[in-house]
Design a protein around this ligand. Sequence first.
Ligand SMILES: [Zn+2]
Length: 89
Amino acid sequence: MYAPSMPVRVGIMCERCERIHLLVHPDSAQRIQFNSTADPHPYLLKCSCKAERHFDRTQLLPYMVAERSCDSAYADRDDYYAVPHQKSK
Ligand SMILES: [Zn+2]
């Protein structure tokens, strides 16, 4: 259910389990690693489902996240919504 008051957080989604990992949370530092030599995808996400995803900054997206998920490092499928893209015109 869409709730306009939901906080917006930047996160990276695991493509396997669709959990998003929230960048601002300190625990995410253990899940998301940066390697400046690994162009063009210098970031590596190691998800709790064991999947790994290489990504770059453009794949970090804003999500509306349920309050209860903001205190944890991630949000699962029913606890977040992608922020609709602005129409670019
Ligand atoms: Zn996962």
